[in-house]
Design a protein around this ligand. Structure first.
Ligand code: ACO
Ligand code: ZN
Length: 281
């Protein structure tokens, strides 16, 4: 993939049809060669199979019996559901999802081994089925304590809080595993903005409650956010001082309030009581 990409850095597919949306793509994605001459691809929004012609999709939709991503529904709250898809049990789905996601992800991550990943697919559900709004992937076993490999909100659904919901969800899974986690690097600009926003809001809320009397280690234990990410976030908010060889949190209440106002409110929260999940073994 990497070599192929370097030589043909041209964007191939310009638009896709997915569910009721026509979406303009952002980046190159290494679809199989027989799709190289296509400007537009038609996706089945449920199994994510893709086709060259609209008639093919229409025929497919008459016989495709999926109405939601394959795998287990592990969260439901109102019309929002999260499905966990094991890349080993649903290889084709995992690969289709990666092809689709790469259209919106610039930085290179390896997509070959979907076996090694779990995919958390967030859906808005109605009487026609569960419509994917975004997803994140997670290695089944990460040496580097990554709790998220790739994250995507499909463009029609962006800037509605789903990105931060997905991030929050990834940390809820880490809490259930009793582990700290961090996203795989590099982060895209939008990825960094979203993470910064999430970290900032979560940490400021706790600092406010504890009137600043809390250590980075304690913050990390409470949130499953890796200590380094806490430190860089608090440093960027100028809430850290370096004293006698140690980083200490200096949370002046006025400074906290100013940051809290600027951070805005998070819209969609993960209701942990609705998450039914046990860690992958
Ligand atoms: N312009 C400015 N700020 C933005 C924008 C934008 N277009 N999009 C998101 N943000 C910032 C804002 O601070 C926003 O918070 P706010 O709305 O409260 O101000 C915050 O990011 C998160 O917004 P959400 O609505 O929760 O996030 P969204 O659903 O839009 O998803 C995501 C964010 C997943 C990064 C999305 O932009 C996306 O899919 N981008 C393409 C793929 C990508 O870059 N993924 C991350 C790669 S890094 C990795 O995978 C580890
Ligand atoms: Zn289908």
């Amino acid at each position: 993939l990497r070599e192929h990409e370097e030589f043909t850095k041209v964007k191939n597919i310009a638009t896709i049809e997915l569910g009721r949306y026509e979406i303009e793509t952002w980046y190159f994605s290494p679809f199989p060669p027989e799709y190289n001459d296509c400007l537009r691809l038609y996706f089945c929004e449920f199994c994510l199979n893709f086709m060259k012609r609209k008639e093919q999709l229409q025929r497919h939709m008459r016989k495709c019996d999926l109405k939601h991503p394959p795998g287990d529904e592990i969260y439901r709250s109102g019309t929002l559901s999260m499905f966990e898809v094991d890349g080993k049990k649903n290889k084709v789905y995992g690969q289709n999802l990666c092809y689709l996601a790469k259209l919106f992800l610039d930085h290179k991550t390896l997509y070959y081994d979907v076996d090694l990943f779990l995919f958390y697919v967030l859906c808005e559900c109605d009487d026609r089925g569960c419509h994917m709004v975004g997803y994140f992937s997670k290695e089944k076993h990460s040496e580097e304590s990554y709790n998220l490999a790739c994250i995507l909100t499909l463009p029609p659904y962006q800037r509605k809080g789903y990105g931060k919901f997905l991030i929050a969800f990834s940390y809820e899974l880490s809490k259930k595993e009793s582990k700290v986690g961090t996203p795989e690097r590099p982060l895209s600009d939008l990825g960094l903005l979203s993470y910064r926003g999430y970290w900032t809001r979560v940490l400021l809320d706790i600092l406010k409650k504890h009137k600043g009397n809390i250590s980075i280690k304690e913050l990390s234990d409470m949130t499953a956010i890796k200590a380094e990410d806490i430190l860089t976030t608090l440093q960027s908010l100028e809430l850290i001082q370096y004293r006698k060889g140690q980083h200490v949190i200096c949370a002046d209440p006025k400074v906290l309030d100013r940051h809290l106002k600027a951070a805005g409110r998070g819209g969609l929260d993960v209701d942990v009581s609705k998450l039914i999940w046990t860690p992958y073994k």
